[in-house]
Ligand binder design. Sequence first.
Ligand code: OGA
Ligand code: MN
Length: 298
Amino acid sequence: MSLRISNLGPADHGGFVGEVDGIDITEPLAAVQVAALEAGMDRYAVLVFHGQDFTDQEQMRFSQYFGALENTTGGNITKPEERRLPAGMADVSNLDQSHKPYARDDRRRMFNLGNQLWHSDSSFRAIPAKYSILSGRITVDEGGNTEFADMRAAYDALDARTKAEIEELVCEHSLIYSRGTLGFTDLTEQERAMFTPVRQRLVRTHPVTGRKSLYLSSHAGTIIGWPMPEARAFLRDLNEHATNPRFTYAHRWRQHDLVMWDNRTTMHRVRRFDDTRVRDMRRTTIAGDAPTVAQEAA
Ligand code: OGA
Ligand code: MN
C-alpha cells in the first residue's frame, strides 16, 4: 500500500486540498512517507485522511514526525485542572471533563466560539504554529464543517499596489481581539496578561516554496503605526477578499477523519452546529521555528 495524494480542489488556482490514501498513521512512518507528506503539505497546504482510528498517544507520535509539539498553555481559558485531554493535545471539542457538552452560557464555551471566526492557529503567539493536525473522534452530521482558505492564492490575486502597500506591514495579534469581536470581554487580569498582544508580519514567505501569503487571522486587531479604525477597516477588507469562496474549501467531517493544515499559508473556521450534541475534536499543533518579526521587549 503506497501513499498517494489526490487533488480535492477547489478547481480555481490549482487546488490546495489533497486527499491522502495508502497510509495508516497508527504505524510508525518511514522517512519516505514523512517526506511525501511534507511535500504534499508544501504543494497543497491542507491534507485530508479518512478512516484513521487512533489514540491520543498515536496522534502525538504521528505529529512529531513534522516537528515539536506546541505547548498548549496560554491558548484558552480552561484551567489546567479542568483539562479533558493529555498535555500536548488541544481540546477543540465542546466537552467538559466529564465528556458532557458545555452549558450554553459556560464561559469556556463562549470563548471557544471564537473558532467560528476565520483564523490561523496560534497567531497570538510570538512564535506562531506551523501545522495543525485535527482528529474527528466524534463528529456531528449537521453543521460543524471546517472551512479553509488559501492565503497564497489570496495574496497572488491582490493588485500590485496593494501588494506594495502591505509588504512591510506588521499587525498586532491577541485572543483579546478575536474574542472582543464577539463581545466576549469577560477576562480576568491574569487572562489578559496571558493574552498580551504579539507582532506578526502581514505578508509571509513560505520557507520551502518561497511563495508569499497573507498572514491574516481573527486575532489580528491592529496594524503597527496605523490609527486603529483605519487598521480594522483595512483588515476587514483584506479578510473579505481572502475568504472569497474561490479561495476556500469546506470539509464535511466523517468520524475518524484527520485533517492537517499549514497555518502559515491558510486560515480556517468551524461552522455553527447544534452544540448540545457531542463533537469530540482533538488537535495536535506543530510549533513554528521563529517569530515572523522581532518582538517588542515585554
Ligand atoms: C482548530 C479549530 C475547528 C473545528 O482545531 O484549530 O479551529 O472544526 N477547529 O473544530
Ligand atoms: Mn483553529
